[in-house]
Design a protein around this ligand. Structure first.
Ligand code: COA
Length: 320
């Protein structure tokens, strides 16, 4: 199918919302205890729509989301046919140490269910890959690929493995200091590694974990976002603990650190201690495999990033 690939903007929200909604066959509503029951789309609040699969599933949330992507170092494109957007892709550009280097991470790619298999997904992926090249990226990644065979057909290969672990938040004897982290843009941690919480890439996860990154649902008021510089043994990193609205008391951790800082057992213990101090009971760590810590339990199976080296691996190393 012939299509025009162009940047997406907030007025595309209704079409983009329709694309993503087409992927949901059964809508659900969750009660206060977290149990789900079948529901009709029209009866769901924006928060409940979001819980079915993200900000794209409600036109108002989708509009705000497209606005925030553009403001926070992200890019969105649509494939338009006869004046209607039938597919959408999003990506964020980050600068990280090797092995990612300058990285474009594709965080969303959806084609309207009725228009799949007609080349729209391939056209958007090709446009994102061309953009990565234009931007001088070393790597192009899809961090959590739902359609690995589709990406493999476009030259992406299995890359680094990551695992999700959970620690009890508990006091430890590791010494560390804590200072508040300013709410500034990605430039504060550009060039840093995302040692914990690399769900997408450092730019995307940084913007996501800033105040205002999550929608202001009445249901989510009071959720804790704890952002600090932490210093352990003279090494400083930006540490964000974000309470999960669906699991009160549990923090998802994000650690942005200069290239010479490694995630040692002392760092893990310090994060667990600080989490306890901040009122959390558990901390989730999404970290490169292999990972081991005496108090950590695995939450889900190891995942594999898919990637393509856009500019040679040598330049990834020599650029640092
Ligand atoms: C995956 C997706 C983006 C592909 O877009 P599309 O427009 O349907 O794909 P294209 O028409 O460009 O390409 C079709 C080719 O991709 C393959 N393909 C499509 N979806 C696939 C999938 N889920 N897994 C494996 N291969 C897939 C087709 O078999 C076809 O291969 P062929 O040309 O050898 O016959 C689209 O199907 C989609 O939106 N899926 C649901 C959301 C999703 O999984 N997105 C990926 C999130 S990481």
């Amino acid at each position: 199918m012939k299509s025009l690939i162009r940047p997406a903007s907030p007025p595309d929200a209704a079409d983009v919302c329709a694309v993503h909604c087409s992927d949901i066959s059964h809508w659900r509503a969750w009660d206060a205890s977290g149990d789900a029951r079948p529901a009709r789309y029209a009866d769901l609040t924006p928060c409940q729509r979001w819980l079915n699969g993200g900000p794209w599933l409600d036109p108002g949330l989708c509009r705000r989301h497209l606005q925030r992507v553009a403001e926070g170092g992200g890019y969105a494109w649509v494939a338009e046919h006869k004046g209607r957007a039938l597919a959408e892709a999003e990506a964020f550009l980050a600068d990280e140490p090797p092995p990612y280097g300058r990285n474009l991470n594709l965080s969303a790619l959806y084609v309207h269910r009725h228009f799949r298999g007609q080349g729209l997904g391939s056209a958007l992926l090709a446009a994102a890959l061309a953009f990565a090249q234009e931007q001088g990226c070393h790597t192009f990644t899809v961090s959590r690929p739902d359609a690995p065979a589709f990406y493999a057909a476009h030259g992406l290969r299995p890359g680094p493995r990551w695992g999700h672990w959970q620690l009890p938040a508990r006091r430890s004897r590791v010494r560390y200091t804590v200072d508040p982290l300013p709410d500034t843009g990605y430039s504060l941690v550009r060039g840093y590694a995302l040692l914990v919480g690399r769900f997408q890439n450092s730019c995307h996860d940084w913007e996501r974990a800033r105040p205002g990154g999550a929608p202001d649902f009445p249901e989510w008021r009071g959720v804790t976002l704890d952002r600090n510089w932490m210093t352990v043994r003279g090494q400083r990193a930006a540490v964000v603990l974000e309470e999960s609205p669906r699991a009160p008391g549990t923090a998802e951790a994000f650690v942005f650190a200069p290239p010479d800082v490694a995630l040692t057992g002392q760092w893990v213990s310090a994060i667990g201690d600080h989490a306890a101090w901040s009122g959390f009971t558990r901390v989730n760590l999404f970290v490169p495999a292999p990972f081991a810590h005496p108090h950590a339990r695995r939450l889900e199976a190891t995942q594999r990033v898919m990637w393509k080296v856009v500019r040679g691996q040598e330049s990834v190393v020599s650029s640092q």
